[in-house]
Design a protein around this ligand. Structure first.
Ligand code: UDP
Length: 357
């Protein structure tokens, strides 16, 4: 069986790493990796291939830094060419980026089976490019791998039980990744002179709804600067956020570092006091590492973490952020297995092998 994997952005490298590791152990399955080039910097791309042992991409399409429509369109065209050459049995796409949508659409138009990993997530905010990408991808896929029970319920609410699309609650490949790679966690070199023993707040910001809205970004900057006065805030700064801060002349007076590799990120997650982030992945990883998380958004796809009390939605309001930060306690329990058993990648590959339409 030949699987063609389409990836292009940081969270997809992390998700695909676990599935690639499983495929590599199987004699009867081969993988062709297509990197669309959406994220291309060494610290947003190469480092994940090196640290996580992801095979070098067979194709690098080098399509980046374009508007959403142009990027998706060019990816669609380029992926179609690769599919016509490779003729895979399955195309696997991950998450909710333009690369996800382009990969699924190119395959589906050629009647190649599509597996969507991280299917069924919904923010119910149709303005988000991620929500648009994931809804369309789910609908044109052959098999949908839901990370959680909630994701399956979302699909059922949309009538997927009546469609000819197979749904599987596989668990979350990011949980697989956290469990496996934590043995290799490393302190970021950029912080080697900083004593972290009294704890710190780990923060990331990169969602368009925050970076592309000057009022929200400025409020977040104020809130983080204020928090930093009582507890150091460390932020690996996403390139998009860096550009926006400098464009708007906003000054973050916290420990800003360049984006780090996954092993450094795991170290920061393990050692921080709590997390403040608008990232989909990081708010969940906080839970994997038994940390509470302030979600710097107005909604989340990972509702189970809000319901169980470990995560709080605080938006981009300075007062709410500071109030909720002061209320965080260490009494939270992190023992519910919302995200499976750490074998999601194996379950996914086995389902593809055993699939019959
Ligand atoms: N991450 C990383 N280095 C960083 C920041 C994030 O390795 O400097 C990892 C993080 O641990 C998570 C993933 O990147 O696994 C999340 O990616 P991102 O926040 O860019 O996207 P999202 O999850 O919101 O789609």
């Amino acid at each position: 069986m030949k699987i063609l994997t389409v990836i292009g952005a940081r969270p997809q490298f992390i998700k695909a790493a676990t599935v690639s590791r499983v495929i590599a152990t199987m004699d009867n399955v081969t993988e062709v990796i297509v990197h669309t080039g959406q994220h291309f910097d060494a610290n947003m791309s190469d480092v994940f291939f090196e640290q996580m042992g992801i095979p070098k991409p067979d194709y690098n399409l080098e399509i980046a830094s374009l508007s959403h429509g142009a990027m998706t369109g060019r990816q669609l065209e380029a992926i179609e060419k690769v599919l016509l050459i490779e003729k895979p049995d399955w195309v696997i796409v991950y998450g909710d980026t333009n690369s996800t949508l382009a990969g699924a659409l190119a395959a589906s138009k050629l009647h190649i089976k599509v597996a969507h990993v991280e299917a069924g997530l919904r923010s119910f905010n149709m303005r988000m490019p991620e929500e648009q990408n994931r809804i369309v991808t789910d609908r044109i896929s052959t098999m949908l791998f839901c990370p959680t029970q909630t994701a399956l319920e979302n699909l059922n609410n949309e009538g997927y039980a009546n469609l000819n699309i197979k749904t599987v609650v596989s668990g979350d490949v990011m949980y697989d990744a956290a469990l496996f790679y934590k043995q290799f966690a490393t302190k970021p070199k950029q912080l080697c002179n900083l004593d972290l023993s009294d704890g710190f707040i780990l923060s990331t910001i990169h969602r368009a709804e925050n970076t592309d809205d000057a009022a929200r970004l400025s409020e977040l900057v104020d809130a983080l600067n204020e928090l930093h006065k009582s507890k150091p805030v460390i932020m690996p700064l996403h390139p998009r956020t860096k550009n926006k801060l400098s464009e708007l002349g906003l000054l973050l007076n916290i420990h800003l570092i360049d984006p780090v590799g996954y092993l450094e990120m795991v170290y920061l997650l393990e050692h921080c006091t709590f997390v403040a982030s608008d990232s989909g992945g990081v708010q969940k990883e906080a839970y994997f590492f038994s940390k509470q998380c302030l979600i710097l958004r107005d909604e989340t796809e990972w509702v189970e973490l809000v319901q169980c009390g470990s995560n709080k939605i605080v938006g981009a309001n300075k007062k709410t952020i500071l109030d909720e930060a002061s209320k965080l306690s260490n009494n939270q329990l992190f023992n519910e297995d919302f995200y499976g058993d750490g074998n999601s990648a194996l379950r996914i590959v086995n389902n593809l092998i055993n699939f019959s339409s």
